[in-house]
Design a protein around this ligand. Structure first.
Ligand code: HEM
Ligand SMILES: Nc1nc2c(c(=O)[nH]1)N[C@H]1C(S)=C(S)[C@@H](COP(=O)(O)O)O[C@H]1N2
Ligand SMILES: [Mo]
Length: 365
């Protein structure tokens, strides 16, 4: 020990708590946003610009979540002896406070564990629906965090008022623990950020997906085989339906329509993302063919894939009309690889990967 007092101190715990509160708030805001984009309530509209926005918000979600792992570990370490303090409860107020802390810790550990299991594809360790469990636990965490902060407010005020203790010398110091924790959080971030920040690829030892690695230089989430799509032959037709009728377009018909290029990322909900140069037919041009160009109907895009949660997606009217919203036929100048959605796939700006439907067979306005 050193003259600055024990390393495990209220100040250390409070410092770590501040960092964690920032990280969890970032997770909550970006996570709830991602939820609304995928399950929009009536009042919610998600714009198609800025092009890279979802890539950034979901990248931040996973990065701040992963950085929370060392932060939470250090915070629990800093209060560890207190968990076994005797007597466990000193009156009603104290009981409620401890209950809030218990709930907060359980919810925080659950969010971090399920998040990591999701991006590592260890779904078998989650015998419950990930999305519902992770979503509702986020709200529980937010509520418990507010209660916890309210209970600790007098203590935090007191800390702010009292002079900072001397940093101390030799042995373990509060600053030393904070620096170690910060370094661990930074290392975790560096080791995974390359899944979305291409220049960091080479140091991203923990990233489950890397931009540039995969057929045609783009990672694949669900392969054609996994989606039950073995082969697409000349009988393929894209059915486009709108108020003025229906068209069945062959691949040759699609290639005969004006081809438009767009530099757009696949931004997976799992936090990885990869930019690519796509080209194909504007969804707006298809809508014009069936008299839906001027209507404000949402547009449903369906896949050849028979079932699975991501076989269809909906474009809000504003998203459908964006000139960069394409049914892509090519990537990097080549016809799409079957795993990227051959013969055509949706690619639209500012959209989660799960909504970039592959193997498109129907467009309905
Ligand atoms: C290591 C930490 C974390 C990781 C790796 C992680 C990962 C993920 C992933 C992959 C999704 C996308 C799920 C999907 O739409 O299929 C997601 C969604 C979400 N996350 Fe996290 N997360 C973490 C921590 C947190 C924390 C701490 C919170 C809350 C404070 C949180 C709140 C949410 C919410 C609300 C959603 C939206 C769920 C939905 O789509 O309904 N996450 N997270
Ligand atoms: N029909 C269909 N389209 C789909 C999926 C799917 O499972 N089925 N997965 C989505 C997901 S989760 C992502 S991240 C992107 C990935 O596109 P890529 O494999 O071409 O990179 O495709 C999306 N399109
Ligand atoms: Mo995805």
């Amino acid at each position: 020990m050193n003259d600055a007092g024990p390393v495990r101190s209220v100040r250390l715990t409070a410092n770590l708590g501040l960092w964690l509160a920032v990280a969890f708030t970032t997770c909550l805001v970006t996570g709830v946003l991602s939820h609304y984009i995928q399950h929009p309530p009536g009042w919610f509209h998600w714009p198609s610009r800025p092009v890279q926005l979802y890539r950034i918000t979901q990248g931040l979600h996973v990065a701040s979540g992963l950085a929370s792992v060392p932060l939470l570990t250090a915070k629990i370490w800093s209060v560890f002896p207190k968990l076994f303090a005797w007597p466990p409860v000193r009156g009603l107020g104290h009981a409620l406070e401890r209950a809030a802390v218990g709930l907060l810790s359980a919810a925080a550990v659950f969010e971090l564990v399920t998040g990591v299991l999701n991006i590592a594809y260890w779904y078998r360790l989650m015998p419950f629906g990930f999305i519902g469990a992770h979503y509702w636990t986020a709200w529980i965490l937010a509520g418990a965090l507010l209660l916890h902060l309210a209970a600790k407010l007098p203590l935090i005020r007191g800390l702010a008022a009292e002079p900072r203790p001397a940093p101390g010398t030799g042995g373990w110091t509060r600053r030393g623990v904070l620096a170690l924790t910060g370094t661990a959080a930074g290392a975790v971030t560096l080791a995974t950020a390359g899944q979305t920040v291409a220049p960091l690829r080479r140091v991203s030892l923990l990233a489950p997906r890397l931009p540039g690695v995969g057929p045609q230089g783009v990672p694949v989430n669900k392969t054609a085989a996994a989606a039950g799509i073995v082969r697409v032959d000349e009988s393929y037709r894209l059915l486009v339906t709108g108020p003025a009728g229906r068209h069945a377009l062959s691949l040759a018909d699609l290639l005969a329509l004006p081809q438009v290029g767009a530099e757009l990322p696949i931004a997976c909900v799992e936090g990885w993302s990869a930019g690519a140069a796509w080209s194909g037919v504007r969804v707006a041009d298809l809508l014009r063919l069936v008299g839906a160009a001027e209507t404000d109907r949402p547009v449903t895009v369906e896949s050849l894939q028979a079932d699975g949660p991501y076989r269809a997606s909906v474009l809000e009217p504003g998203q459908a009309r964006d000139p960069l919203t394409l049914l892509a036929l090519r990537v990097g100048g080549e016809p799409l690889h079957l795993d990227h959605g051959y013969p055509c796939r949706l690619i639209a700006p500012n959209r989660p990967g799960v909504l970039q439907t592959k193997w498109v067979a129907k467009v309905t306005a």
